[in-house]
Design a protein around this ligand. Structure first.
Ligand SMILES: [Cu+2]
Length: 303
């Protein structure tokens, strides 16, 4: 061994130590930023803020579970895996480059290693699958509901129906506000003319479908942990139980056509008394709402 080689080896070890320290630091920073990944939103409401990273602040048990699944399980696992692979790459580049390792080993196959790199990823997937399927099951198992409402995705707005049996018996369309005449305090591309209103702390069952002659939409309210497709001719069900009053926003999340970006979802969560007062007022307001079915105008053909 020439004297220069010892120096080179020592330098490599130092580089490795430095890389390891760097990787550990990055991992720590990754875990730190993962924890408070909640959006700063306006008082009692929830929507994606500019430059937001991470998930919206959850306001239902399901959304909280989803946030924990993402921030507490998935993010640490993927951070560790990524840094481990990066460390391996750096190690290989430094230790086995042509200059440092002029005569490469011809070794192939290593039973222990091959079993390990099959079994370890499998175990990681099992660790991820268990909470994932539990969450999915809870999401789609509808508990005894206090309020059932129907959501219909249309081209390009939403219609909310409140059934008669629950002091409802009306339906109304929820359209995006005129963006050219947006009042101060109203959110661009999120606020609507008629928002859906639901009581706080109550289990709301959502029956979601799309216009029979329409296209597929996706009904999503991130803060509620609600995401379900609205499919013509099919009634999908999900539920939520909002724990805090406020305005909560979502957007159609399936590319559904030219105005896909202009059919936001706005839900106002209020107290039971406010909800009842709204029901009374809404019954009067929407009683005269014309049906969404339009008939051909015969007068157009007359001269
Ligand atoms: Cu849509």
């Amino acid at each position: 061994m020439r004297p220069g080689q010892i120096g080179a080896q020592a330098r490599h070890t130092n580089v490795l130590k430095g890389a390891a320290r760097l990787a550990a630091g990055a991992m720590f920073a990754g875990l730190l930023t993962a924890a408070p990944a909640l959006a700063q939103t306006k008082e009692g409401s929830s929507y994606s803020a500019p430059a937001q990273i991470g998930m919206l602040e959850p306001v239902t048990p399901i959304a909280r579970e989803m946030a924990f699944f993402h921030n507490g399980i998935l993010l640490p696992i993927i951070t560790i895996i990524t840094l481990f692979v990066l460390a391996l790459l750096i190690y290989v580049v430094i230790k086995f480059n042509a200059a440092a390792n002029p005569t490469p080993s011809r070794t192939t196959h290593h039973v222990g290693l091959e079993v390990a790199w099959t079994v370890v990823p499998l175990l990681i997937l099992v660790v991820i699958a268990y909470p994932s399927f539990t969450l999915l099951t809870r999401q789609l198992t509808i508990p005894e509901a206090d309020v059932t409402m129907k959501v219909t995705g249309k081209q390009w707005y939403w219609t909310y129906t409140y059934p008669k049996e629950q002091a409802g018996g009306f339906e109304f369309d929820s359209n995006l506000l005129d963006q050219a005449k947006l009042e101060p305090g109203k959110l661009r591309l999120l606020d609507v003319d008629n928002e859906a209103v639901v009581p706080v702390g109550k289990t709301i069952r959502l029956q979601i479908t799309a216009d029979a002659v329409g296209v597929i939409h996706s009904f999503v309210i991130p803060a509620f942990g609600v995401r379900l497709d609205a499919v013509p001719g099919r009634l999908n069900e999900t539920w939520f139980k909002a724990e805090r009053e406020g305005m909560y926003y979502g957007q159609c999340s399936k590319l559904c056509g030219k105005d896909h970006a202009y059919m936001p979802i706005a839900f106002r969560v209020v107290s039971q008394e406010q909800y009842e007062a709204w029901l009374t007022q809404a019954k009067g307001k929407y009683a005269s709402t014309p049906s969404s079915v339009t008939f051909a105008d015969a007068s157009a053909t007359r001269q």
